[in-house]
Design a protein around this ligand. Sequence first.
Ligand SMILES: Nc1ncnc2c1ncn2[C@@H]1O[C@H](COP(=O)(O)OP(=O)(O)O)[C@@H](O)[C@H]1O
Ligand SMILES: [Mg+2]
Length: 251
Amino acid sequence: MNQAAHKIVIDGVSKQFIAASGNTVEALRDINLTIGENEFVCVVGRSGCGKSTLMNMIAGFLKPSAGSILVDGAQIEGPGKGKGVVFQNLALFPWLTARKNIEFGCKQQGVGDERRARISRELIDLVHLTGFEDKYPFELSGGMQQRVAIARALAIDPLLLLMDEPFGALDEQTRMGMQNELLRIWSSHKKTVIFITHSVAESIVLADRIIVLGANPGHLKKEFKVSLDRPRDRLSPEFVELEAEVQDALD
Ligand SMILES: Nc1ncnc2c1ncn2[C@@H]1O[C@H](COP(=O)(O)OP(=O)(O)O)[C@@H](O)[C@H]1O
Ligand SMILES: [Mg+2]
């Protein structure tokens, strides 16, 4: 396949950090990975194996120490346009209402008032927050805040949605609701999604493909294609079998 056929081409990427102690931490070593257009990829791996580092490099927040990352054939220069990022810790602006949070990125990009209002109205509807648009983050439940964060990431109509353990802090029930919601959004607004999780079950519910990272240094350990039909039944024998296989690769 030629490179243009891929959304993201990660070629020989390594990343080292200098820790506060002065020691070098090798976070990732020689990552080679290609991700297709509209593909939903989940990255799983133990804490500290470099998942967030990988995502931050794809987002353009960090530069690789070696190797290159191409998005749509172009080397990443910095955070830039076209990428929606949902962080582990949400990072909503507490002084802005849900609507203003959602509109923030559009406003920064200079999208006019009328168009911005229409975009946020559609997204508020999409993530089922109608009636809550003028609330501040502290007035919303964790699940609602998460939906605001997702709507905010979608508002700039990103080609690429990067999500770093976005549902980690939610209770199981809310989390399952959000997984369904995300799949619904993904199937109606096709995008390339890279989703980090440490839940194997979550990765199987969501992904077209699961990338397992190993640690010390972070490396690509194994990958699994998930070809089960969606919505996926967590109790089906195929699901349970794959869950055991991925878990096995993690251990
Ligand atoms: N800014 C940094 N400075 C020094 N070390 C870092 C920095 N960011 C991450 N690391 C180290 O790199 C490794 C990978 O971290 P991270 O990507 O956050 O892992 P994960 O998201 O899989 O838990 C860890 O050993 C972590 O301590
Ligand atoms: Mg992390």
